[in-house]
Design a protein around this ligand. Structure first.
Ligand code: FES
Length: 251
């Protein structure tokens, strides 16, 4: 619900140093037909409406705006990740590469774009030293996003330039899910120490059986939520795909 109350949805642009920053853009307002209508007392209708509107505006003003790029987002169930290769995923409009850094013993989430010629790093490989290697000209990156190796340069230490670094997004594991924070600004580097992803205790109960599915869908979360809250479509739209019991006889 917090998200639905948001008044703006930001987008991002890439800076020279490969860090993301975000700008505010117009948000699609919730259609008036979706808004909840409050019950009103007949005798005091006008008065009630006026006060409610003012109160609503005041409370809206005092509410903290929802920051889309200062939240944790699930990226992948860890059970589906292969440590031997990088993985591509787009989350909240950002192309990501997820890879296992065996030197730090941790999953890493980078921007899926090589700082050299912007080849997708997810098309690359993990080299024999456990670095993420770009498939195009072989630049290699460590877990901090720093470039460790450039083959074709005669200049010493050119690979240490900040322009040769990849944007690294904060990430952490919780409930068997890899989460990422979609802002690589250094101020968020240790954000997981102060703010954790939403915890779902049931996923850790041994008495519960769980199943995780990761799937890319070509529409927004509003449509998906509406669809999940509409079980009446299941016997028809998913006919033969899920066990739904018998369809009603013809009347
Ligand atoms: S594009 Fe990645 S090394 Fe050239």
């Amino acid at each position: 619900m917090e998200a639905l109350k948001a008044s703006s949805f930001p987008s991002f642009h890439r800076q020279l140093n490969s860090r993301y920053t975000f700008q505010k853009h117009k948000f699609h307002h919730i259609p008036s037909s979706w808004r909840i209508r409050l019950p009103c007392q007949k005798s005091d209708f006008k008065n009630f409406t006026a006060i409610s509107t003012e109160e609503a505006i005041e409370s809206e003003k005092s509410e903290k705006k929802f920051e889309w790029y200062e939240q944790w987002y699930p990226v992948w169930p860890v059970c589906d990740l292969d440590k031997r290769r990088p993985h591509a995923k787009k989350v909240i409009g950002i192309d990501l590469v997820v890879w296992w850094d065996r030197n730090e013993n941790a999953w890493k989430v980078f921007e899926d774009s090589c700082p050299h010629r912007m080849a997708p790093l997810s098309e690359g490989r993990i080299d024999q030293w456990g670095r993420l290697q770009c498939v195009y000209h072989g630049w290699c990156f460590g877990g901090a996003g720093d470039c460790k190796f450039i083959l074709e340069t005669a200049l010493p230490r050119v690979h240490t330039s900040s322009k040769a670094c990849v944007a690294v997004f904060p990430s952490c594991l919780q409930n068997g899910i890899l989460w990422f924070w979609p802002n690589s600004d250094p101020q968020f580097k240790n954000i997981n120490l102060t703010k954790k992803p939403h915890y779902i205790p049931e996923l850790d109960y041994l008495s519960y059986s769980t199943m995780m599915i990761s799937r890319e869908i070509g529409y927004g979360y509003e449509i998906l939520i509406e669809n999940l809250m509409d079980p009446a479509h299941i016997p028809y739209a998913h006919y033969g795909m899920v066990k739904t019991g018998e369809l009603p006889e013809r009347s």
